[in-house]
Ligand binder design. Structure first.
Ligand code: ZN
Ligand code: ZN
Length: 588
């Protein structure tokens, strides 16, 4: 596997005579597996030069993993030439928060006020994928994701391919402020972060600050170089590339920092440390034949976070300023807050309201409450994430995580999103059909997308709703990132995202997909369309095929109650779908 640094600067591009050796462009790393899978980690301004190089050998097929949508990680995207070349295929992945997709966030910086070409007008075939924690495969590369500790929802990536593993962890602040300044034990979420790096052949880690600079930068969302070194040494990492260099850090400062870091005992020196330098390329190969086999992948990371509706936060804090900040953060995401005080009330409410999250004071009394919740004879109380709020994280078995005070509303909100997204989401985004590219061009050739309603289709959806006695029926066409409804009964919106689409599942098979009760199926139970409006409980969708076999969408029936379909009703759904197919061939 070959890895190349195209951008190593944090926060702001900083070209000039004093950043010549380590580079002035912001975050971008290229990784190519032995079999040729192209992965790009972040798209800061470094992506421009990478894009130019990729143009030399078109067409490009690649995968861009975005850690988060702060400017220094996406600013190169509008200038990444392969996006403008027809025939190129690019998949862009990144974390999502509640109710906003990666695509929407990226489209923001390409609005007319900032950039002349909109994200929708790119000539290459571009697909967007929303990610949460978990894993997924891209070609021969296994990708694992984990939330980092940053001021925005941010993912770290662990890539395993060709027997080697590389971790990219930008931007990340130590959870423990003590640890950031080189003291204390590695515990809690810092331990979990260290485990994510364990035994990696290369870790590329945020090292924007040093221990002496950190006190005035606490809460800005970045690591100290010393923290990255300490964690990597603790978990057997082989090489560490320090990156996200502060814009104020000149080449000579980086040299000085490196010589200061390279002290230590002989044992410590088994970790090779170097500063990431723009243009630097490394070949990573398997050193020993008998390497540990990669462990089996976790749940799919290719999911979108649901909506905050229905989430309840049980707040058992006593300090008014903290209560206020957290309540404000919860309100911003429409999370319901139940305030309570005293052990008895907290325990009682915990069983009554089934909160998605509990927050308690991190003092010894709070820890007692935490233990009492875990001791309740109630499965929900045993599983619910419990967050302790304190000035320093400590190690305690019963605690899920610590929120270290003082904190801002935005920071509390980011952490809360990560905790809530971690607890939900069993549902799965539909995989792409094998004929996806040809399917999409067949759908577009029909010229039906975004056209006006037509009676010949509306009478079919009306009929379906009437004969099956369902409140909603749709003729849904599955486009690249959305499902668009050519005809709809009982639904006010004209399209919804493909991420949560049931029809995207239905077009994978030639037979109708019938889900009698969405709550009984793992892949649908937490789907946003089930959890939130329109509270879908029943779905029956028959794929609509073109004569050449491409399944472009479905005719579907939806209810808010669980249902069973008789064989006759199922046949009727098939028959009406055949009528739709007949109409479509007439328009062609
Ligand atoms: Zn950054
Ligand atoms: Zn950032």
């Amino acid at each position: 596997m070959r890895l190349t640094f195209w951008g190593t600067r944090g926060s702001l591009p900083k070209p000039g005579p004093k950043t010549l050796r380590y580079g002035g462009n912001t975050s971008c790393v290229q990784l190519v597996s032995d079999s040729g899978t192209l992965m790009i980690l972040d798209c800061g301004t470094g992506a421009h030069a990478l894009g130019q190089q990729l143009l030399e050998a078109p067409p490009a097929r690649g995968h861009i993993l975005v850690s988060h949508t702060h400017w220094d990680h996406i600013q190169g995207l509008p200038f990444f030439k392969p996006l403008f070349v027809p025939g190129n295929e690019l998949d862009i992945y990144g974390p999502t928060g509640f109710g906003e997709s990666l695509k929407e966030a990226l489209a923001g910086q390409m609005q007319y006020a900032y950039f002349p070409v909109s994200l929708d007008a790119l000539a290459a075939q571009v697909r967007f994928h929303d990610l949460v924690e978990g894993s997924f495969e891209v070609g021969d590369v296994l990708v694992r994701t984990r939330y980092l500790n940053h001021t925005a929802l941010t993912l770290g990536y662990r890539l395993e391919v060709d027997g080697v593993s590389v971790v990219y962890a930008c931007d990340h602040e130590p959870h423990s402020k003590k640890l950031a300044t080189g003291q204390g034990e590695i515990g809690g979420q810092d331990r979990a972060h260290a485990e994510f790096l364990r035994d990696a052949d290369l870790v590329i880690h945020d090292a924007q600050y040093t221990v002496s600079e950190y006190p005035s930068k606490a809460g800005w969302g970045h690591s100290t170089a010393e923290y990255a070194v300490r964690l990597c040494r603790a978990v057997g990492v082989k090489r560490l590339a320090l990156t996200h260099h502060d814009p104020m850090r000149e080449d000579e400062d980086i040299d000085r920092l490196m010589s200061a870091l390279k002290t230590g005992t002989e044992d410590d020196r088994t970790l090779e440390i170097f500063p990431a330098a723009e243009g630097h390329s490394i070949e990573l190969t398997v050193e020993r034949a008998a390497r540990a086999k990669p462990t089996s992948p976790e749940a799919s990371a290719l999911r979108v976070a649901g909506t905050p509706a229905g989430h309840t936060l049980l707040l058992g804090l006593t300090k008014p300023p903290e209560i206020q900040t957290i309540a404000e953060a919860a309100r911003a995401d429409d999370v319901d807050v139940v305030e309570c005080s005293g052990v008895d009330e907290i325990l009682q409410r915990c069983v009554q309201v089934l909160p998605s999250l509990v927050m308690l004071d991190g003092d010894p009394a709070g820890l007692d409450v935490c233990q009492a919740i875990r001791a309740l004879d109630d499965q929900h109380a045993r599983d619910v994430p419990i967050i302790m709020v304190a000035s320093e994280a400590r190690v305690a078995e019963c605690v899920t995580d610590w929120l270290v005070s003082p904190f801002t509303v935005e920071y509390a909100r980011t952490r809360m999103r990560a905790w809530l997204i971690r607890t939900e989401c069993r549902w799965v985004r539909a995989p792409l059909p094998e004929d996806e590219a040809a399917r999409l061009s067949a759908l577009r050739e029909l010229g039906i997308l975004d056209t006006a309603t037509e009676e010949r289709f509306d009478r079919i959806t009306r009929l379906l709703a009437a004969v099956l006695d369902v409140p909603v029926s749709l003729l849904s066409l599955v486009d690249q990132d959305r499902q668009w409804f050519k005809s709809r009964v009982g639904l006010s919106v004209g399209e919804t995202s493909r991420e949560a689409s049931f029809c995207a599942h239905a077009i994978l098979e030639s037979e109708p997909l019938v889900v009698s009760d969405t709550l009984n199926e793992d892949r649908f139970a937490d789907n946003p369309l089930v959890r939130d409006h329109p509270h879908l409980r029943f779905y029956a969708g028959c794929p609509v095929s073109l004569p050449d076999g491409h399944r472009i969408g479905t005719l579907c029936a939806i209810d808010t109650r669980p249902r069973e379909l008789t064989d006759d009703q199922l046949q009727l759904l098939r028959d009406l779908t055949a009528v739709v197919e007949g109409e479509l061939s007439r328009s062609g």
